[in-house]
Design a protein around this ligand. Structure first.
Ligand SMILES: Nc1ncnc2c1ncn2[C@@H]1O[C@H](COP(=O)(O)OP(=O)(O)OP(=O)(O)O)[C@@H](O)[C@H]1O
Ligand SMILES: [Mg+2]
Length: 178
């Protein structure tokens, strides 16, 4: 699969996806200053869209959602968070594999368990990763770190890259748990 990086206004992307999503009775708040990076914009949209629709579909009505982006050193950190029941620790990695769904998924809910595997794959294509952790205050915090194309080429000669630099992982793009 090909990656087509171009200058992307990430906060505009978040607002666009949030405006187009059918959020029903979930209040959604976009929290982002000015965030710009060289990303594959279409894949970035699919990432945010999948995470936001998950937050709507897999939490109870009334659950609050936040869609966030911030610039990190050489990368953009995107987070889609909710104050629902969250994801049990033992499922946090496996849910990013294709066709895996949690017990909290309604038996009649549409979906086949591929959304998060797509998110992980698209993050991986950017040289980044996707994972889920517990939100401070309860709920799920789905996170995607996408290295910025501009910064990636600048920093390439620096072998002493800091802990912020995400390790591409071909098999899985969830948290490096240890
Ligand atoms: N915000 C969330 N809170 C709790 N559980 C979640 C959340 N988002 C995802 N999950 C769990 O992760 C599972 C996998 O999500 P994924 O997006 O891969 O599949 P899906 O949403 O079930 O189907 P698809 O995305 O293919 O339509 C979900 O079925 C659900 O159990
Ligand atoms: Mg999904």
């Amino acid at each position: 699969m090909e990656l087509r990086r171009r200058p992307t206004d990430v906060s505009a992307l978040l607002r666009r996806v949030a405006a187009e999503a059918d959020v029903k009775d979930h209040p959604v708040e976009v929290v982002s200053g000015s965030v710009h990076a060289d990303l594959d914009e279409a894949k970035g949209e699919r990432i945010v869209e999948n995470l936001l629709i998950n937050g709507i579909r897999h939490t109870a009505p009334g659950t609050r959602l936040w869609v966030k982006a911030e610039e990190r050193e050489g990368a953009v950190l995107i987070a889609v968070e909710d104050d629902g029941v969250g994801v049990p620790a033992e499922l946090r990695e496996v849910l990013f594999e294709p066709f895996q769904q949690g017990p909290m998924t309604h038996p009649h809910a549409p979906g086949s368990g591929i959304g998060l595997s797509l998110v992980a794959r698209f993050a991986d294509l950017h040289g980044g990763r996707a994972w889920v952790e517990e939100r401070e205050g309860g709920g799920a915090s789905f996170r995607v770190m996408l290295p910025d194309g501009r910064q990636a080429s600048l920093g390439r000669s620096d072998s002493s890259a800091g802990s912020e630099s995400p390790e591409p992982d071909r098999t899985r793009s969830s948290a490096a748990g240890d």
